[in-house]
Design a protein around this ligand. Structure first.
Ligand code: HEM
Ligand SMILES: *[C@@H]1O[C@H](CO)[C@@H](O)[C@H](O)[C@H]1NC(C)=O
Ligand SMILES: *[C@@H]1O[C@H](CO)[C@@H](O)[C@H](O)[C@H]1NC(C)=O
Ligand SMILES: CC(=O)N[C@H]1CO[C@H](CO)[C@@H](O)[C@@H]1O
Length: 423
């Protein structure tokens, strides 16, 4: 069942995904006309689109690192100390206390960033910057400098933040505030934008097509399912099982289900429950009290779950001791995947499932290289390569995006020996 082979991961060429239609330079002849082509955007009046996106006229930047309190000393996008195990927020650090989001604040699909914004580690209105993201991940969660930069770069390039202003909406489309020139940049959908970074079969978010475009709000039914499976222990083994359950559910219920290479990032996100969220004051157990606080989940008297209005750092929470690095998260992604491997691909209109071929994904199966270098390069190649994003689209990083990535994250990957994308 476990398909282990030496393979260079995600070495993409146009011929590697002939099932993609309507892409210049891509051979779509192998694709039957039966495929449902339904491009989705979070535009206009749609959920997550600009017309319904909150506007807070009082934009205030994140509360910066204050040397009076421990944290990692990360500021201005520079590396911090990389030594965790301290309480966040520190006693007396009122600048980082919890402030519930108001109706004009933007929140999105990422509980980690929503919590950071609620505690002013990111701008409270949800319009953040690359630098805030890099600093906050280090000071709050003790994410390693390499991974903090990679995730922030993924956020900016894959979800169409703005590469000039380096601004990003952590939720809906706020192009008027993120873009240096909306005419030149076009729309910048933010983290709600579907199926680049945001994908089907999330832990607690609906699939896009099943929810009329709202795939970013907390869904209490899904949180309850996750708790039923994990039984208060949100560890790797249990989350891998729950991810399989969600995959199976989406594949059955969502006619437009698409599980492409970028969904590997979902395994990264689920690893955060047992690697970044656990509380040192609870012996770093990924327990229900901790996880429900970060997700803003509360249980009703009938046992079901609902959103309580804000993702929150648990009281007296102590963060992880060692920085969570790029190679740490990559190992966790692969370990979770291999505990319950599933096919990559998508549902088609005629009711069949098309497995994809893409780099290390052969006939829908991920062939995991045993070489450490390949593993460490996986995430880098996801950001820099053209990646199938939906049945009719590929995300091809623009030259600007590649330049951005090469200035922000490539140096660290070059040290690992990854083949660097040409810009
Ligand atoms: C710049 C850094 C980050 C960006 C751009 C980002 C972005 C995202 C996005 C777009 C999703 C939605 C994926 C999907 O379900 O389709 C997501 C999910 C998630 N993120 Fe983040 N994230 C970042 C950092 C973090 C950190 C530091 C944490 C942990 C504390 C975190 C925890 C999570 C979790 C647990 C989920 C899964 C939620 C669910 O499926 O219900 N993220 N993130
Ligand atoms: C939450 O998820 C469940 C299970 O997928 C679904 O049946 C339900 O419609 C969702 N609820 C909302 C409010 O979207
Ligand atoms: C969850 O993890 C614990 C500890 O590994 C294990 O004992 C338990 O059986 C798991 N639960 C499920 C439903 O797999
Ligand atoms: C169709 C559907 O399920 N829409 C839901 C999407 O999520 C929002 C917020 O949770 C609900 O209000 C909608 O009913």
């Amino acid at each position: 069942m476990k398909n282990i082979a030496i393979a260079s991961l995600f070495v993409a060429s146009a011929s590697a995904f002939p099932w993609v239609v309507n892409q210049p330079g891509v051979d779509s002849s192998a694709l039957g006309a039966s495929h449902k082509v339904r491009r989705q955007q979070s535009g206009g009046n749609q959920k997550g689109g600009p017309a319904t996106c909150p506007f807070n006229a009082n934009h205030q930047g994140a509360a910066p690192y204050n040397p009076k309190y421990p944290y990692n000393g990360a500021k201005n996008g520079a590396p911090g100390k990389g030594i965790g195990g301290y309480q966040v927020p520190a006693d007396g650090d009122t600048a980082h206390q919890y402030v519930a989001p108001g109706p004009n604040d933007i929140r999105g699909p990422c509980p980690g960033l929503n919590a950071a914004a609620n505690h002013n580690f990111l701008s409270h209105d949800g319009i953040t910057t690359f630098t805030e993201l890099v600093d906050a991940q280090q000071n709050l969660y003790n994410v390693g400098y390499d991974l903090a930069n990679l995730l922030a770069a993924l956020g900016l390039t894959l979800t169409d933040g703005d590469l000039v202003t380096e601004k990003l909406s952590i939720g809906c489309d706020a192009t008027t505030r993120t873009s240096f020139s909306p005419v030149l940049t076009g729309s910048e959908p933010g983290l709600d934008g579907h199926n680049k970074f945001e994908a089907d079969s999330s832990l607690t978010r609906n699939d896009y097509f099943l929810a009329d475009g709202d795939n970013y709000s907390f869904n209490g039914t899904l949180f309850g399912m996750m708790q039923d499976t994990c039984q208060g222990n949100f560890n790797r083994e249990n989350l891998s099982k729950y991810r399989l359950q969600r995959y199976t559910q989406s594949r059955e219920e969502n006619p437009n289900f698409f599980f492409g290479p970028l969904t590997l990032l979902l395994y990264g996100a689920s690893s955060f429950l047992y690697t970044l969220m656990p509380n040192g004051n609870h012996n770093y157990a990924p327990d229900l009290e901790t996880i429900s606080s970060f997700f803003g989940a509360q249980q009703k008297s009938d046992g079901t779950w609902e959103f309580n209005g804000g993702e929150r750092i648990p009281d007296k929470w102590t963060n992880r001791v060692t920085p969570y690095s790029n190679s740490d998260v990559t190992s966790e992604i692969l370990a979770q995947y291999l505990e319950n491997p599933v096919l990559f691909g998508g549902n088609t209109a005629d009711g069949t499932f098309d497995a994809i071929n893409f780099g290390a994904i052969k006939d829908g199966k991920l062939e995991v290289g045993v070489s450490g270098t390949n593993t460490a390069c996986l995430l880098y190649q996801l950001v820099t390569g053209p990646v199938p994003s939906y049945l009719n689209g590929i995300v091809t990083p623009t030259v600007d995006a590649l330049n951005f990535i090469s200035s922000k994250v490539a140096p660290q990957f070059k040290n690992l020996g990854c083949p660097l994308a040409l810009t």
